[in-house]
Design a protein around this ligand. Structure first.
Ligand code: ZN
Length: 169
């Protein structure tokens, strides 16, 4: 069964396959399975299951092989999830998030920020405008960004932890 309790993991897959796709993935046991079985287990229409499987296939998360019945000539598609690829994709996703968050954290630590009614800008930009915004006609006031810095640090810590879990699991 696919582990989807992690918020970031859920969000990632929700973007890719939607709410119905999440339900389908959560109901698929490990090993090979046909699309009909998935539809039955997840109580979802076969067309929806196939759509989700195709998206997962395009993202190299689901794979299939075919089996041909010699007497009837009927072809069965046997699907399975590639858990190694899921891990790799999740790891790449985590790295991408970390790069963005770390550079944002660095900017926040280095910078001094000011805010008016409509935007948040650096001290240098605010000084250049004489601390008055001509777009919303209010003054630029100093913003204490310590809370934002703590929030970013927490997020980074959470993703680092998640990365370690991906590697372990
Ligand atoms: Zn403004």
């Amino acid at each position: 069964m696919f582990e989807t309790s992690k918020f970031i993991v859920r969000e990632y897959f929700r973007k890719m396959i939607g709410e119905e796709g999440m339900k389908i993935m959560e109901n698929v046991p490990e090993g090979e399975i046909t699309d009909e079985e998935i539809a039955r287990l997840s109580d979802t229409k076969l067309t929806a299951v196939r759509k989700v499987l195709y998206t997962l296939y395009e993202n190299r998360i689901a794979e299939y092989r075919t089996e041909r019945d010699d007497t009837s000539g009927w072809i069965t598609y046997l699907w399975r999830f590639n858990y190694d690829n899921i891990k790799k994709i999740m790891g790449d996703e985590a790295d991408g998030l970390l790069t963005g968050l770390k550079s944002q954290l660095e900017d926040e630590r280095k910078g001094v920020f000011y805010q008016c009614g409509c935007q948040r800008i650096s001290f240098e930009e605010a000084a250049a405008k004489d601390f008055r915004c001509d777009e919303c006609n209010s003054n630029f006031e100093y913003v204490d960004n310590q809370d934002l810095i703590s929030e970013l640090e927490e997020k980074i810590e959470e993703i680092e932890k998640w990365k370690r879990e991906i590697k372990k699991g």
